[in-house]
Design a protein around this ligand. Structure first.
Ligand code: NAG
Ligand code: NAG
Ligand code: NAG
Ligand code: NAG
Ligand code: NAG
Ligand code: NAG
Ligand code: NAG
Ligand code: NAG
Ligand code: NAG
Ligand code: NAG
Ligand code: NAG
Length: 423
């Protein structure tokens, strides 16, 4: 009986994880994002873009549903910005460059609206759009969608979000696109360096409803050439700094860059192919999105640093841009299941050159941290691995063994009590 029910549970869990990997429904190009207010507004809502439309002459549909415009009386412009960095305060409109092949030929690219109510439900269709959602230079996935009260100047942005690869299963039921909810998604981006575009990505973690204190920053940088004299391997370097957690936590790249749900479920399963299986980063048949665990803390910030060529680069397919980074409350183990709930998510956006937030810690010079995981059968190994520290340079090294989190303190206490009893 027990065996049957655990097999059933395993079956259900595996199905939940892989449900988005092996679908065979009609493909659509679909992107979504959850608007965040900028400045002294309380605007919230969502943006949906899809290549579906009722009329065959129309190629793309953009829908913006948002409220909280009490402080806005002027025309509002809907624009896509060049970069997907929410903290970039000088973010040009995508393509608005006389030397660029992809001009905005109308102010704001997507259009503008003047409204007298405090909410908007704006649908725009495009027959010959300047943008698309498929892999390539014209894709808006991984860039910022903004609402602003002046068409180009990013100082006038009143709400914004990073356009991600949307999850068709979570299209709001009131949307004209709702009938696409059983489709698969082809939205993607593939960037080519040396085109004025950067070679990095950024993701600002937002808490899910159950974990309001968790936030953080993830920086992804392409390392395509060996830096002589450095021990930095080639691949995508992923640095995550997470606030508001303790103990070991899991980190993954999920299939969809979709933040339309408060519990993070619209991010779907861990990103991967149907012939890949869940595993720790040391496993060479793991899912693309299996990033492992974070187990190093410094001053209460959970710190992750890992470089892997397994996921490809920004100009290749597979491509992580527009997908999501997900933080889980429990670490990965070797079992094919994911424990814990989603604490924070963010949509991976394009990052401009330079403007890289400082990462002053260097806790993981040996790439070992992502593979840390507890032995579930013993209670004393479930805390952060306090011996995973650094020999790196800088005045911060040597401080990582400091006992900073309550969880670590509890673990140390448990170990002490156990040793006392055994002695
Ligand atoms: C939308 O895009 C997908 C993938 O590119 C394509 O297969 C599909 O035919 C498109 N649908 C429409 C209505 O254009
Ligand atoms: C309008 O702006 C004021 C500050 O200028 C702010 O306190 C208030 O919350 C805003 N109202 C809304 C609905 O955004
Ligand atoms: C782009 O804009 C410039 C002027 O800003 C114009 O001369 C040029 O024709 C435009 N190119 C396209 C492809 O629209
Ligand atoms: C937005 O407008 C469409 C059609 O005009 C309507 O069907 C839909 O219910 C509206 N959505 C919301 C969230 O109000
Ligand atoms: C998909 O949309 C249909 C029609 O709006 C609805 O009946 C169905 O429940 C939706 N399915 C999902 C998985 O949301
Ligand atoms: C952690 O939270 C503090 C306080 O809000 C903030 O200043 C800091 O930027 C956060 N760290 C990251 C990595 O987001
Ligand atoms: C980020 O997390 C820290 C630690 O939980 C918290 O103190 C801070 O208020 C959070 N910042 C935001 C902007 O939510
Ligand atoms: C997994 O599938 C992908 C594409 O579907 C294929 O390119 C790859 O070779 C497969 N890998 C293995 C180990 O079968
Ligand atoms: C990788 O994971 C698979 C599935 O869990 C497992 O069968 C295989 O032994 C693992 N390989 C390594 C090298 O750990
Ligand atoms: C990340 O680890 C690599 C070694 O794998 C090291 O060269 C690099 O300096 C580390 N980065 C940071 C910001 O700590
Ligand atoms: C903790 O880190 C040390 C040093 O890197 C390593 O030898 C040990 O296996 C790690 N323990 C766990 C449980 O990850």
């Amino acid at each position: 009986m027990k065996i049957i029910s655990s097999s059933l549970l395993l079956f259900i869990v595996i199905n939940i994880i892989f449900v988005n990997l092996g679908q065979c429904q009609q493909p659509i190009e679909y992107s979504s994002c959850q608007l965040q207010s900028v400045g002294s507004n309380n605007i919230n809502g969502y943006v949906l873009i899809s290549n579906y439309s009722g009329a065959s002459s129309e190629k793309y549909t953009v829908q913006v549903v948002a409220s909280g415009f009490q402080n806005v009386s002027s025309t509002v412009y809907a624009t896509v910005r060049q970069y997907g960095n929410l903290l970039n305060t000088n973010n040009p409109v995508f393509g608005y460059n006389p030397n660029d092949e992809y001009n905005c030929t109308v102010p704001g690219c997507l259009g503008s609206t003047t409204f007298t109510t405090t909410s908007m439900n704006w649908t725009q269709t495009f027959t010959t759009p300047m943008f698309n959602l498929s892999p390539g230079l014209k894709s808006v996935v991984g860039r910022i969608f903004s609402l602003s009260t002046s068409p180009f100047d990013s100082n006038y942005i009143i709400a914004q979000c990073v356009l991600g690869i949307g999850n068709p299963q979570f299209i709001p039921s009131t949307s004209p696109m709702a009938s696409l909810n059983e489709s698969t998604n082809y939205a993607a981006i593939s960037e080519i360096p040396n085109n004025g575009i950067q070679n990095g990505a950024v993701c600002y973690l937002q808490p899910t409803a159950a974990y309001p204190l968790v936030n953080g920053t993830v920086l992804i940088t392409e390392i395509k050439n060996i830096i002589i004299g450095s021990n930095q391997p080639m691949g995508l370097n992923i640095i995550a700094m997470v606030n508001g957690t303790d103990g070991q936590i899991g980190i993954s790249i999920n299939q969809f860059g979709d933040s339309l749900t408060a519990d993070g479920s619209s991010t779907g399963g861990v990103w991967g192919l149907s012939n890949q299986t869940h595993g720790l980063p040391t496993n060479n048949t793991r899912l693309y999105g299996d990033l492992g665990n974070i187990c190093v803390y410094y001053n209460d910030v959970a710190y992750y640093n890992w470089t892997t060529p397994y996921i490809g680069y920004f100009d290749s397919i597979p491509n992580l841009l527009g997908r999501s980074i997900v933080i889980r409350s429990k670490p990965y183990t070797t079992s094919p299941t994911y424990d814990g709930s989603i604490m924070a998510t963010c949509v991976i956006g394009l990052r401009e050159n330079g403007n890289i937030p400082a990462t002053k810690f260097n806790p993981n010079t040996n790439n070992a941290a992502p593979t840390c995981f507890p032995d579930p059968t013993t209670s004393t190994t479930t805390g952060p691995n306090t011996t995973t520290s650094t020999t790196g340079s800088g005045s911060d090294s040597g401080s990582f063994s400091s006992i900073t989190t309550p969880f670590m303190k509890l673990t140390i206490l448990l170990i002490s009590v156990l040793s006392f009893i055994l002695l």
